[in-house]
Ligand binder design. Sequence first.
Ligand SMILES: Nc1ncnc2c1ncn2[C@@H]1O[C@H](COP(=O)(O)OP(=O)(O)OP(=O)(O)O)[C@@H](O)[C@H]1O
Length: 384
Amino acid sequence: MIRFEDVTKRYPDGTTAVGGLSFEVSEGELVTLVGPSGCGKTTTMMMVNRLIEPTSGRILVGGEDIAAVDPVRLRRRIGYVIQQVGLFPHRTVLDNTATVPALVGWKKAKARARAAELLELVGLDPATYGPRYPDQLSGGQRQRVGVARALAADPPVLLMDEPFGAVDPVVRAQLQDEFLRMQAAVRKTVLLVTHDIEEAVRLGDRIAVYGQGRIEQFDTPGAVLGSPATPRVASFVGADRGLKRLSVTEIEPGDLEQPPVVRPDDPAGRAAAELRARGARWAVVLDDRGELHGWVGAEDLQGGGSVGDQAHRMSAWVPVGAPLKQAFGVMLQHDAGWVAVLDGARFLGVLTPAKLHEALRRSVDAEARGVARAEVPFDSVADA
Ligand SMILES: Nc1ncnc2c1ncn2[C@@H]1O[C@H](COP(=O)(O)OP(=O)(O)OP(=O)(O)O)[C@@H](O)[C@H]1O
């Protein structure tokens, strides 16, 4: 959808902002450009809507060389969100949002209806916020209006320059979440500039990590964190990249351990014998449909009765597909040595700290080899 072919930008004073850039962003993909200040991220982005012209090379949008497209026509297909949102202070939020549709000749009522729909999409009630003026909004709300306005003419491409930069960390995380939810619904092709590696990892389907004027690595968040391509990338992503990787690695059924399973109506004595036979200190309690009833410890079973009478409710659980970081968080929150992993109500297995570590290592290995994690043999990482 967006394709850079050997693009260089040299400013008249001789500064090479970017040199020999080649990469492609697929349709519906969100690519984050991340790197230290002055490395050329904004220059890269502004060449896409021709606010900056490249010195050499070609940029294609939707297969068309943009050098041949009238810049005004080009910008109608490309939404643009910047940190200083740039709302018109004397126009209401609704009219600000309707700016682009009005510019391209939509009837006023249709443009406003569209604007109201978009305010709703970015989490602002149009009846409450539509009639307000920008200075009657919080920073985070203004930022949302900026996103709504950029989407108003339904452009296939969205360029975002530090769109969540001007707000505090809590609001920022909220805006990121909302934006991801929205992107899942609208599936725009997005280039997003940030200097924050956490944000790049959280939002990007793929990340372009910049060094000075060039891309050092262009890959998925997992691959960038798991196997940084250069020492510069490694130092940029930080010494805690293993921890960051926990948030982009999902729990798969193959990662799980299978503890002993008992039924609620099993006699306690029989269940205790089973635990002894397997050398286990506890078991999960599942009903006949394989749904989680709770867990029971060996000592709970001393007193007789049935397993169901002694079972504890299982509060430490996560859904399959959740990030490993969430599982780790739940483990710490409940001071538990393991968490149950569920698919809907169905019990799949448990994740222990050792299994979590193994899942992380296998996922790094899988990315490096370009295969699914399930294809990485366990013994290849067991001794590592
Ligand atoms: N008009 C200009 N004339 C000369 N040099 C420029 C001009 N605009 C940008 N530069 C230089 O080009 C390089 C890349 O700038 P760019 O704004 O693309 O960086 P960036 O990665 O977006 O940085 P930041 O995160 O600080 O915004 C910098 O060294 C900058 O000083």
